[in-house]
Design a protein around this ligand. Structure first.
Ligand code: AMP
Ligand code: MG
Length: 590
């Protein structure tokens, strides 16, 4: 019977945590009991009740019983309180006993902590507190700090610490630092490469972990290396339909034959005996290689007559066999931590017998649109209103990337409304994508609010289409404030949000796929900023660019199947010059 404690000061959220943990852990199929230390009087002490009257009359023990439960109450009457170990010994064996209270005992425990109570951390001078479940970001270097509401990760931790669950060690979620978006001082327009290297060095996984079935793991990210439980193939087998024999039984004559033995070896129907030396055996693709066979000749290279197999060409020793484990050896790492599970990975995991995997929880991506001019698509005929294109676009993007999109709606250019929406979002998502209002103008409320109450870093990036990005932390949650213009929002998402989110989600930094192709267009650009053109490949392998570079031209995004990247230096591109093409597919778009 394993035990694990929950401690904390009054109002720290102990009982709520206990309650959620019992639900979560029993929900995972473990039997759980609880032991709670109460102070003096407790909940059965209701004057006037039968058991109260019995006990007050002097009964040593009262056993209260019904058809649904029973409770034995034992009156200490001044004798010393039994130790925790003795109380545990009274309980019916279960997988796990969660203990609330008993703060001074030395069993392993987690501390529930609410900053607003003003109490010090018990963990600071109690090494038996193995982790902290807090309602706000804490910097405690030597122990994991979990989100008080992240019951699933806390349950993972307890099950892991008690040995009830042996999968990957659950990681505490370490929030990003408030200054994580700070750019070097004094740079007027930050080059794209420099902005990316800042992001790359500051982003790290912010999501918890969970264990799930491989069949439900499409596009999820591995939280631990996965070793193969068995080899692929598990045994040596035959790669063709043909005849197996011992190579040494052949002489080097041009034409020779071997007598055909009775029986055959087929996939799923192995030949159980040993093939006598000097004989040949019918063997089919996928069959385990029988004892006595080390070489197989294909049907096409033999003729069969009068019970003999005649060779028309001499096979090589060991031909047409697959060795056990030639693809993956048992015990070998089949997939590494941070790998994204796609179709191919699902096949590999299934082939080596992995049915459950430890993955990062899905990154929850909140998407918010801002601007007085916006209206929901199709909702009005008023030409003064712009249909909100960014929110559906960005939600779809999060979906394509394998994250959990969370629609945060639309707010008008109103600071109070925006603040309230960000506050609510911070409790609900791991990262926030906003669009609109990111510049430094009068109506740019996103950047104004983030500057006043968040930790805004205005990124003036030397990029077209782009203009400033507003990056900030809002209550511990990173905010990527994209430009309102849909084309700019799209490009900035692919270039900045995609690799950053990948790192936040545990999959590590990603680079887009870049290919060199001849230009099917001509263009002249100035030095000092990077440009992305909407582009597509033609059947003859050149890249053509969308006719208009206007950043309101959403149709061009759809016309294109990728972007052309033009470097920061001045360039004159002539027909046939090699240019860098980045296919949408390489950005994880479907
Ligand atoms: P802003 O960055 O707020 O100055 O917006 C730049 C341009 O993008 C304006 O023309 C906005 O109307 C437009 N815009 C902003 N948000 C959206 C959106 N969600 N969907 C479509 N257009 C938008
Ligand atoms: Mg706006």
């Amino acid at each position: 019977m394993k035990i694990f404690g929950v401690v904390g000061w009054k109002n720290a959220g102990k009982t709520g945590l206990m309650e959620r943990l019992v639900t979560e852990i029993t929900g995972r199929g473990f039997s759980v009991s609880t032991l709670k230390h109460a102070h003096h009087r407790f909940d059965v002490d209701q004057p006037g009740k039968d058991s109260y009257r019995h006990r007050h009359a002097g009964a040593k023990e009262v056993l209260l019983a019904s058809g649904t439960r029973w409770a034995l109450m034992h009156e200490l009457r001044g004798t010393s309180e039994p130790r925790l170990a003795l109380q545990l010994a009274r309980m019916t064996p279960v997988d796990l006993v969660l203990i609330e209270g008993y703060k001074r005992d030395d069993h392993p425990k987690i501390e529930a902590f609410r900053a607003a109570t003003g109490n010090p951390l018990i963990a600071l001078d109690d090494p038996t507190v193995q982790a902290i479940a807090a309602d706000s970001a804490l910097q405690v270097s030597d122990r994991p700090v979990f989100d008080l509401d992240d019951t699933s990760t806390i349950a993972d931790f307890i099950l892991h610490q008690t040995g009830l669950q042996t999968s990957a060690e659950p990681q505490a979620r370490t929030p990003l630092k408030n200054d994580c978006f700070a750019l070097p001082e004094g740079v007027k327009w930050t080059p794209v490469e420099q902005a990316l290297s800042v992001l790359k060095s500051r982003m790290h996984p912010v999501v918890g972990q969970e264990e799930i079935a491989v069949t439900a793991a499409q596009s999820r990210v591995l939280a631990a290396d996965v070793a193969a439980p068995r080899s692929n193939p598990p045994g040596a087998n035959c790669a063709v339909d043909g005849y197996g024999f011992a190579f040494d039984a052949l002489t080097q004559d041009a034409s020779q034959d071997l007598p055909l033995a009775a029986g055959r070896a087929a996939a799923g129907g192995p030949f159980t005996g040993t093939l006598p030396f000097g004989q040949a055996l019918r063997i089919l693709t996928g069959a385990l290689v029988p004892e006595g066979v080390d070489t197989v000749v294909m049907d096409e290279d033999v003729t069969l007559s009068a019970g003999r197999v005649r060779f028309s060409g001499l096979p090589k020793s060991g031909a047409n066999l697959r060795k056990a484990g030639e693809d993956v050896q048992a015990g070998q790492i089949a997939l590494q931590k941070s790998a994204r599970i796609g179709v191919a990975e699902t096949a590999l995991l299934a082939a080596v017998g992995v049915t459950r995997v430890a993955v990062y929880k899905k990154l929850r991506v909140g998407v918010l649109s801002t601007g007085d001019e916006l209206a929901a698509s199709g909702s009005t005929a008023d030409a003064a209103r712009t249909y909100d294109a960014n929110r559906p676009m960005l939600l779809a993007l999060a979906q394509d990337w394998g994250y959990a999109p969370v629609d945060l709606g639309h707010v008008s250019d109103d600071r109070g409304a925006l603040r309230a929406r960000l506050d609510a979002a911070a409790a609900q998502v791991d990262v926030i994508l906003t669009s609109g209002g990111a510049s430094a103008g009068d109506e740019d409320h996103v950047s104004a609010l983030l500057a006043e109450e968040g930790t805004l870093q205005h990124w003036r990036i030397a990029l077209k289409p782009g203009r400033p990005l507003a990056l900030a932390m809002w209550q511990g949650v990173p905010v990527f404030g994209l430009p309102g213009n849909p084309v700019a929002a799209f490009v900035c998402s692919l270039i900045f949000a995609r690799p950053a989110f990948s790192a936040l989600a545990g999959a590590g930094w990603t680079e887009p796929l870049r290919m060199q192709v001849p230009a099917g267009f001509e263009k002249r650009k100035k030095a000092g900023r990077r440009e992305y053109l909407r582009a597509r490949l033609t059947p003859d392998g050149t890249a053509e660019a969308f006719a208009s570079e206007g950043s309101g031209r959403i149709s061009g995004l759809s016309w294109a199947d990728g972007l052309i990247e033009l470097g920061d230096d001045a360039q004159e591109i002539k027909l046939g010059d090699m240019v860098t093409f980045l296919p949408y597919a390489g950005f994880g778009l479907r």
